[in-house]
Ligand binder design. Structure first.
Ligand code: DGT
Ligand code: MG
Ligand code: MG
Ligand code: MG
Ligand code: MG
Length: 293
């Protein structure tokens, strides 16, 4: 690019690179989805079509960004995790976040018709905000994921009971809210069961647990879960010079990186509604945290 007298303005651009060697989580959230869910008459408290659409958009994001290792979605939000060794866009927060937000939004709008064939979109169109947060350890990252899944459970139990009191119990919103004030989980389970014959455990997993998206390879049933889930094993494909005793970002040799890229591109993206709090999920899929297929 030719020099011009205007070029000095470039110095106004501030760097926003995220701390190296940390897990990057980009969480996006639907803007004004309270209103949007009313406009398109989403089922209450959960609309299966809306959740399936969120998941389909997340699969699109995972396909386009092979640096992502896992995602977790609930309600109108999705968290996407970049591996700690990721160097995409020099780890610039704004580039990572805006790329995810716009890719997700594009898929969401593009796929809308598939999930809501009889309700075409009209302005104001769906949009999402996003933020990037870094977590320095696997423990912190897993606690973040657990936090979102516990949130899903707490909100879903509340919302399920609230809407059952209204839809089947004939209460208005104010009375239902009053009824639930100060109740524990066990009280809500009891209300559902004794008054409405609903066993909360039998509610759909997608509502109770949210959705986790990840690249699927052959599952390993015999993995020692305690070690695999907390400390990913080093991969023999790594160039020499990388030793376990340093915390330097792991760098693949060129041929290994190419193979890695191909394997990731070919991998099926799985969407599951399972527990991600316990070790089992991570232990059986060591490639998620190791970042290597
Ligand atoms: P925001 O994020 O500050 O722009 O505002 P909202 O309205 O998006 O609020 P948020 O993100 O805290 O809460 C999500 C809203 O979306 C909440 O009002 C419930 C609604 N929503 C999400 N999924 C469903 C669904 O499956 N069914 C129904 N009926 N509503 C849903
Ligand atoms: Mg928000
Ligand atoms: Mg929202
Ligand atoms: Mg939300
Ligand atoms: Mg450009």
């Amino acid at each position: 690019m030719a020099n011009s007298k205007y070029e000095y303005v470039r110095a106004f651009e501030q760097p926003d690179c995220l701390l190296p060697n940390t897990w990057i989580v980009v969480r996006i959230d639907g803007r004004g989805f309270h209103k949007l869910s009313a406009k398109y008459e989403f089922g209450k408290p959960n609309d299966r079509r809306a959740l399936d659409l969120m998941n389909a958009a997340a699969v699109g994001v995972m396909k386009e960004l092979p640096d992502l290792v896992v995602g977790y979605g609930v309600s109108d939000e999705y968290s996407f995790v970049f591996h700690k060794d990721c160097v995409l866009f020099e780890r610039r927060a704004s580039k990572l976040t805006t790329t995810i937000v716009s890719t997700f939004t594009s898929y969401y709008v593009h796929l809308w018709q598939t999930y809501f064939p009889s309700t075409p979109l009209s302005p104001p169109l769906p949009s999402f905000d996003g933020r990037a947060v870094v977590y320095p350890s696997v423990r912190n990252l897993r606690d973040y994921m657990s936090w979102r899944q516990v949130d899903c459970h707490i909100n879903n139990l509340y919302n399920t009971t609230f809407w059952t009191l209204i839809q089947q119990g004939g209460m208005d919103a104010k009375d239902a809210e009053k009824e639930l004030q100060g109740t524990l989980s066990s009280d809500k389970n009891e209300i559902l069961f004794s008054r409405f014959g609903i066993n909360y455990n039998n509610e759909p997993e997608i509502f109770k647990k949210g959705s986790v998206v990840f690249r699927e390879y052959e599952i390993n049933p015999l993995v020692d879960q305690s070690s695999a889930s907390v400390a990913p094993k080093p991969n023999p494909q790594f160039h020499e010079g990388h030793t376990d005793s340093t915390d330097a970002p792991q760098k693949l040799s060129k041929s290994a990186a190419e193979k890695d890229r191909k394997t990731k591109a070919k991998a099926k993206i799985a969407v599951e509604h399972i527990d991600i709090i316990k070790d089992d999920f991570w232990g059986r899929r060591p490639w998620i945290l190791s970042g290597q297929p």
